[in-house]
Ligand binder design. Structure first.
Ligand code: 4NP
Length: 160
């Protein structure tokens, strides 16, 4: 059975994209689609390769019963553009960076994550919480949870 492969991308792969990976993996599992949808995350930069998610991101996720402590940072690789079906950027900088890296034939796979929420109240990017307080991490989770639901519905309609 072919899988739909989803990659979440931010700058460092220690705050937003591992959070998105954790949120979306839980949602996929709750819909018993774990064997149909592969989920991963990566960063556009290599600053935190091999590192666990930021403690604040781990804690905020844990409060919602999501464990992301086992994830480790990695950098986006050219092969990712071939492997994944959806390459979802957290913000405009990540999006631009991904388009610069992508082979032309895979550019259509790259998009921003938040528009999948289908909400006019949400902005179209997840703000970088790294230099802010813990509130920022709660807001990141709220935004990502909304987008994750919309993303799963889109995938179900398009592929299953
Ligand atoms: P992320 O957050 O892109 O959501 O993982 C950041 C993590 C680290 C840095 C910036 C943003 N940094 O500058 O090291």
């Amino acid at each position: 059975m072919s899988q739909v492969k989803v990659l979440f991308v931010c700058l460092g792969n220690i705050c937003r994209s591992p959070t998105a990976e954790g949120v979306f993996t839980r949602l996929v599992d709750a819909h018993a689609l774990g064997d149909r949808i592969q989920v991963d995350s990566a960063g556009t930069h290599a600053y935190h390769v091999g590192a666990a998610p930021d403690k604040r991101a781990q804690q905020a996720a844990r409060k919602r019963h999501i464990d992301i402590s086992h994830l480790r940072g990695r950098q986006v690789d050219r092969r990712d553009f071939e492997h994944f079906d959806y390459i979802l950027a957290m913000d405009h900088d990540n999006y631009t960076h991904l388009l610069q890296m992508s082979p032309p034939e895979h550019e259509h796979k790259v998009s921003l994550l938040l528009p999948f929420a289908g909400s006019e109240e949400l902005p179209d990017e997840v703000p970088d919480p790294y230099y802010g307080g813990t509130d920022g991490f709660e807001r990141v989770l709220d935004m990502i949870e909304q987008a994750a639901s919309g993303l799963l519905e889109t995938i179900k309609q398009r592929h299953f």
